[in-house]
Each structure stands twice: as C-alpha cells, then as structure tokens.
Design a protein around this ligand. Structure first.
Ligand code: NOJ
Length: 546
C-alpha cells in the first residue's frame, strides 16, 4: 500500500535552531524563537521543516558531534520546548523531520569516554578499534586539508580508533547489535515526540565496514531495510531522507527496491545543474536527470540548490568543476576541500534573473525541493568565517541591530553586515513589504509547485528543443500534463517543441497571461527570455470546473 506518499509533493525547508531566532537574548537561536516564526514558515508555504542537529554537543562540527541523542542542547531550550514547537508546526500543517547523526558520536559522548577509559567497558566495542595503525589510516578523509587521517591513536585506550570525519567524531561500530538496538531506541524516542522522519546523516558511511585494508569497502545495504522496517512499524507515514553523495548506478541499492530509504538527495543532478548555470549548456543536466530516472514508485529524489555544507562538485569532471569554480568561486578563499564552494546562492549567481532561473529549475525538477533557510530572501555569505560556517550566519529578519536575530549585543556568530547582502538590505521585514522581492517571488513559486502535483507524483521525460541552452520537461499524471522549459542562456531565444497534445490544444501559461497556440504543423513555438522559464499546462486551465 503506497498511501498518499505525501513526501513526493512536499516542499522542505532546512534550518538550524541555532541561527534562526534568539528569543531569550543569549545571542543564540532557540526553540522559543523558532516557535515565533512558524507563521512565517507557514506563509512561505513550506510543508516540512528539517531541523539541523539540536542535541547537546560541544559544537565542533555545527552540532554533528552529539553527546546525548535523547536531549536538547540547553542553549536551545528543553525537550518540553521541542514538543511545543512540534505541536505548533503541526497545527499549521507543517511536519518536522530531524537529523539522525548515528555514524559517529562526539568524542565527549559518555559512551566514548567509557570506551576509551576502560577497554573492558561494554561501550568499548561500540566504537571501531585497531591495535596497530591500519595501513589505510590516511585514506578517505572527508575534509582534506583540515583533517589528515581517518584513524587516530587514543592515548587513553592505547589503541587506534576509526573516524570517517573529524578525529573528535569517533565512528560507532554498526556491526555491534547493541549499537543497532540503541539507534532504534533513538528513532523511537523522536518519533514518539512527534517527528515525521529523519534526515539520515552520512548514509554510505553508516553501512560501510570500516576500511582496515586497501580496496573498496563492503557495504551492508540490508541495514537500511532494518532501519526502514523499524521506522514504519512505529510510524507508517514517517520517512527517511538520506544523505548519500553516490553515483547514479549505486543509488538503487539505497532505495532498496522501495524497502530502503524513501528520499535521497540528488547530488548528481545538483552538480550538473551548477554546471549548466555556469556554462549555459543544459545538456549534461538533462543527461544527469535521465541517469537518475529509474527509482521505485514509493521513492523520490530530494533536489536542492545549496545546503549547509560546501557546494560539493566532486562528481564533475575536472574541466566541468573548473568551469563552475571560474564562474562562481573565482577566488581561492571561496573554495573548500579542493572540491567545493563555500558561498551562498544569491552572491554566487548575482543576477536576479539567474537566481530565479535556479529556483525555477529547483521547483520543477522531478522530485521534492529542499530550500536552505535564508536563500528564499537571497542572503549572502561571510567568507571571513572558517570553512562551512560562511553560509551559516544568522537569519536576517529586519534592518534592526543584528538583523533582528537577537537582542544580545553579540550574536554567537556575526550577521552579514557588509556589502549588498548586509541585513540592512536583505531581510524579511523589507522583502515582506516589497511586492517584487525575491521572498514574494519564492512564495508564489512554492504555491505554483503545489498546484502541480504532476511533478511529484507523475511520469516525466525530457523533451527535445534542439537548443543546447534549453531544458524542457514534460510531466503526466492522471490525465493532467505539464510542460516546463528553462533557458540557461543569457540571451532570449525561441524554441520549437513537439509534444503530444490534442489537435489545436493550447499551452496555458501558469506564470503569466502568455498562452501558446499550436502552429499549423501541431508544434509549439515558445519564446523564452534570457534565463527565462515557462510553465504550461497542456490544454486549457480547468479551475472554473474545479
Ligand atoms: C554530513 C553533514 O552534512 C556535515 O555537515 C557533517 O559535517 C558530516 N556529515 C559529519 O556529520
């Protein structure tokens, strides 16, 4: 039974409580503040909030280093505040999903402390150890230039422990049944508190056997089905949203024929989309979409433009990556880990037309769009902050001191206060009042996306336009059909499309009053502005009949 598959037609918004709104004046966001903004999020039109980790943490990796999986960091409030927030969101029809960061813990987690202090402790085997330095100790670091090894020696345990990420994030031993049982307990706990699912951090690393010798690691995909089974027994409509930057041919194993992960971020399409934005050539993007086309009916891709990490371009060819770097991150300081960009969407794209094109594509890709907080306004980055923190500055609510984010003199991280993206220019209060602001435009586009369920639930295919700069997609669902075109070139163009329609049937524009009548030959001539998009229902609009 597929149910209504709500997640296939949802718009997801990702935020970090820490940077959203500070209600108690200590300089850092909290659940009380977030609660005050649920109405904003509701009017924006998003259906799901994905919260970055908010559990107790030494905060050396933006909360992805947890010391208590069952708690709320006291800086953000209490478990009671969390439940109140979930209740408030649900009352506005908004679901909440939370990060499940169980590949590793913080090295200050009581489990690791006990594991390293007493090698005979039951928690010792919760982590991954070696007596001698494995030959692979320098291989596979995720943060090159900032973390040199994946195995480090613990002076207390006098053994080597494995950490796929930073050395303060020891990996949990997923082969240990007690660890798996604890993870089920963690999921069960948050489900009882009302969440609708989990964004599963670092999926490929959760299922890999720690690489002790050279060669490809063994992956345990059956574990994903175990997680899914547990989730679905506890909450039939809850979902897993997986973070796995893998090649298209590997993805099907993560979906597990419909018994694994429900939603996977489509990193492959994301990187080719950035290539298209950089070069004006939409063909590799169309190919990337076709590469990731086949997936089980109950599964879905999650699409995004930017997220809280670097814009990872590691899957492009070196020439393609260089083209994106040259256009969008010309200075070395804008780049990170040799493969990515640590900038926000708006400053990278600069031009409003190009920015709208990027969002137009996001909302019309076959999948579920995920928006990174602040991008709906066109917020900028702060390159003076280290690594990925550049894109994690406080939300810009108003032109008041510290962007209205906090009443404290000094926010825990500075707000963007210089240049064209400073909070005096880019903020919610201002954009709410300006009818042609990016915020209003995004609200309209989110509404439009929700009027087009063909995109999430339907069949889709690329349509030939013979213009390398134009991406055209057709969707069909229950007798309704949609045609969406995007021009990645900085010049206006006109393309001819041939698409099945009843003789004489027009294309009804969903963005403006410019419908498109068929030519005598039954084709359609569609005019597109520079970086322009067109959304058409094939046939007449039937609102009146509704
Ligand atoms: C992936 C997260 O997106 C990233 O922010 C984090 O640093 C690593 N996983 C480690 O948890």
């Amino acid at each position: 039974m597929l149910g209504d598959l709500w997640y296939k037609n949802a718009v997801v918004y990702n935020l970090d409580v820490e940077t959203y709104l500070d209600a108690n004046g200590d300089g850092c966001g909290d659940f009380e503040g977030l609660m005050r903004r649920v109405d904003y999020l509701s009017s924006l039109g998003v259906d799901v909030l994905w919260l970055a980790p908010f559990q107790p943490t030494p905060n050396r990796d933006n909360g992805y280093d947890v010391t208590d999986f069952y708690g709320v960091d006291p800086r953000f409030g209490s478990s009671g505040d969390f439940v109140e927030f979930v209740h408030r969101a649900k009352s506005r029809g908004i679901r909440v999903i939370v990060d499940l960061v169980v590949n590793h813990t913080s090295d200050r987690h009581p489990w690791f402390r006990s594991a390293r202090d007493h090698p005979e402790s039951p928690h010792h085997d919760w982590y991954v150890w070696a007596d001698k330095r494995p030959s692979t100790w320098r291989q596979g670091t995720v943060f090159p230039g900032h973390q040199q090894a994946t195995w480090s020696r613990d002076p207390q345990a006098k053994r080597w422990y494995f950490h796929r990420f930073y050395d303060f994030q020891p990996d949990l031993n997923m082969q240990n049944p007690a660890v798996r049982e604890e993870i089920r307990r963690i999921m069960g706990y948050w489900l009882e508190l009302g969440v609708s699912g989990f964004r599963v951090d670092a999926v490929p690393f959760i299922i890999e056997e720690p690489p002790r010798a050279a060669g490809p690691p063994k992956l345990h995909f059956e574990y994903l089905e175990e997680l899914r089974d547990f989730l679905q027994w506890r909450a039939g409509d809850a979902v897993l949203l997986g973070e796995a930057n893998v090649l298209p041919k590997e993805a099907s194993q993560y979906f597990g024929g419909g018994d694994g992960i429900h939603l996977m971020f489509n990193f492959w399409v994301n990187q080719h989309l950035w290539y298209a934005l950089a070069t004006g050539d939409a063909r590799p993007l169309a190919a990337a979409l076709r590469d990731t086309r086949r997936l089980p009916d109950s599964c879905q891709w999650a699409h995004f433009l930017r997220n809280h990490d670097e814009l990872d371009l590691g899957r492009l060819t070196p020439e393609q990556r260089e083209a994106v770097f040259e256009r969008f991150a010309p200075d070395e300081g804008m780049r990170l880990y040799g493969r990515g960009i640590r900038r926000r969407l708006a400053p990278m794209l600069g031009d409003r037309g190009l920015l709208q094109l990027a969002f137009n594509v996001l909302y019309s890709l076959p999948g579920t769009p995920v928006v990174w907080y602040g991008d709906e306004l066109g917020m900028g980055e702060d390159l003076r902050l280290p690594q990925r923190d550049a894109v994690r500055t406080p939300m810009q609510w108003s032109g008041e001191a510290n962007a209205g984010f906090t009443g404290a003199e000094k926010p825990f991280r500075p707000v963007v206060s210089r240049g064209p993206y400073a909070y005096e220019h880019v903020n919610v209060e201002r954009e709410r009042r300006e009818q042609d602001s990016l915020l209003h435009w995004n609200m309209r586009m989110i509404r439009l996306r929700k009027e087009c369920p063909e995109i999430g639930w339907g069949e889709w295919r690329t349509v030939s336009t013979r213009n390398p700069a134009v991406l055209a997609l057709r969707y069909d669902w229950h007798g309704d059909a949609l045609l969406v075109l995007h021009n990645f070139a900085g010049e206006a163009t006109e393309v001819t499309v041939r698409t099945e329609a009843k003789p004489g049937e027009r294309l009804s524009s969903l963005l403006d009053l410019e419908d498109c009548e068929p030519t005598a030959g039954g084709t359609y001539r569609v005019a597109l502005d520079a970086y322009g998009s067109a959304w058409y229902r094939i046939g007449a609009l039937d609102y009146a009949l509704g």
